[in-house]
Design a protein around this ligand. Structure first.
Ligand code: FAD
Length: 386
């Protein structure tokens, strides 16, 4: 594609995305949060617009869009509805893994259905045994006469009971440790895969991150890539895609808080002193601080994505980007609460939803605290498991 064609392609897709956001994602957001409803209509519309296959190569039925467009898509979705954005991000993280199986007809067919907007996928990785270290599974597949036996519980799976395909990890048959792992693509209706509860998280209430109980026999065509290649796929694809996705969700939430805060302080008028809230210097400073924080985190993500597109990233910057976004959204949420006061603290206001949603990034693996420790280890030349 020439530069002009690329620009038009990006602009056309962003216009289509904005239409979906205005017509569906934004009007559905409060209800999704209030009713803990899965954002089905939003995902259907994103599928229709080609967004489920955004990063899939055209020869496999996708749009083959650049990562910068993926990042922008997630930020805009999260500004309107962070639950929808997270469902989309976990889907795209799963897609980045599925692409390692593109030579296998079974997986190629899944990718083609995703490109057609007819298949939602997700990552089913976290286990009680390794918690937020979801890339180090404790469960192990065993070779049997009936197939590859897998018995495990995945503790939180976004889109559980809603996705069409789960990307599941486990230790390989021959594994001596959790780094020798596999990824499998398994249809949600496959025997022995059951949703094990309800999602009742404090925020991101529509994302249905429920447990998944797995007690099944898989077959070899479900294996993505080679046996034992899971950790390599994690490093090369899942980790950077996940970091971009979760960072973009949190930056989107931070920007939503910024917009809501600006609107509130501009409108809030004290009749007893005939003064607007925006007339106070300390409020002006807090709004300024929210703006700087949002811009810093977004700039860092933009630079990271650009470096990824140029294949120039190193492990430290890959780990850093999500720490910055997750720390930023918490700082912004606290400032947003201060400037919007009781309005922000009241149930069923957008601000209250954003504040609840802002907390999830801190507990989602690999968590910012774990990432900081890993960064420290790399800087200090202490061996890591990455
Ligand atoms: C909204 C949401 C969606 C999710 N979606 C998915 C999904 O789609 N698929 C999936 O597989 N999982 C998903 N998860 C699970 C998630 O990624 C984590 O695996 C899970 O939250 C870990 O929970 P835990 O209680 O076991 O954490 P624990 O592992 O018990 O960790 C508890 C705390 O200890 C801290 N901690 C651990 N090690 C260190 C250390 N070395 N230094 C300092 N602090 C440390 C962590 O930062 C964490 O805050 C989701 C979680 C949430 C909240």
């Amino acid at each position: 594609m020439s530069t002009i064609q690329e620009k038009n392609f990006t602009q056309d897709l962003l216009t289509k995305l904005d239409d979906i956001i205005v017509d569906f994602v934004a009007p559905n957001a409060a209800r999704i949060d209030r009713e803990r409803e899965f954002p089905r209509e939003n995902i259907t519309e994103l599928g229709r617009g080609g967004f489920l296959g955004l990063i899939i190569p055209q020869q496999l039925g996708g749009l083959e869009a650049p990562l910068s467009l993926y990042k922008e898509t997630v930020i805009r979705l999260a500004q309107a509805c962070a639950s929808t954005a997270l469902v989309y991000v976990q889907h795209m993280s799963a897609v980045s893994i599925l692409l390692y199986g593109k030579e296998n007809d079974y997986i190629k067919n899944i990718l083609s259905n995703i490109g057609k907007g007819q298949c939602l996928t997700t990552i089913a990785l976290s286990e009680a045994g390794s918690g937020c270290y979801f890339f180090l599974p404790v469960s192990q597949v065993k070779e049997t006469d009936k197939g590859l036996r897998l018995k495990t519980n995945k503790i939180m799976v976004t889109s559980a009971g809603e996705a069409d395909v789960y990307v599941i990890n486990s230790k390989a048959t021959f594994a001596k440790n959790s780094m020798q792992s596999n990824f499998f693509a398994v249809a949600s209706e496959y025997n022995g895969i059951e949703v094990g509860g309800k999602w009742e998280g404090m925020g991101l209430r529509g994302n249905q991150s429920a447990p998944l109980n797995i007690d099944t026999y898989l077959n070899k065509q479900m294996l993505i890539g080679e046996e034992g290649e899971g950790f390599k796929i994690t490093r090369e694809a899942l980790l950077p895609m996940g970091q971009i996705g979760i960072s973009a969700v949190n930056i989107g939430i931070a920007k939503a808080i910024y917009n809501e805060s600006v609107n509130y302080v501009k409108k809030r008028f004290y009749t007893h002193i005939n003064t607007n809230l925006s007339d106070f210097q300390s409020i002006q400073q807090m709004i300024g601080e929210i703006k700087v924080l949002c811009d810093q985190a977004e700039t860092a993500l933009n630079v990271f994505v650009q470096r990824m597109e140029n294949k120039e990233v190193d492990m430290v910057s890959t780990l850093e980007v999500k720490v910055m976004a997750c720390q930023t959204v918490l700082q912004v949420a606290e400032l947003g609460l201060k400037v919007c006061g009781g309005h922000a603290y009241s149930a069923n206001t957008p601000m209250e939803r954003y504040i609840r949603d802002s907390m999830a990034g801190t507990v989602m693996g690999p968590t910012p605290d774990v990432l900081k420790e890993l960064i420290g280890k790399i800087v200090l030349d202490v061996p890591t498991q990455l």
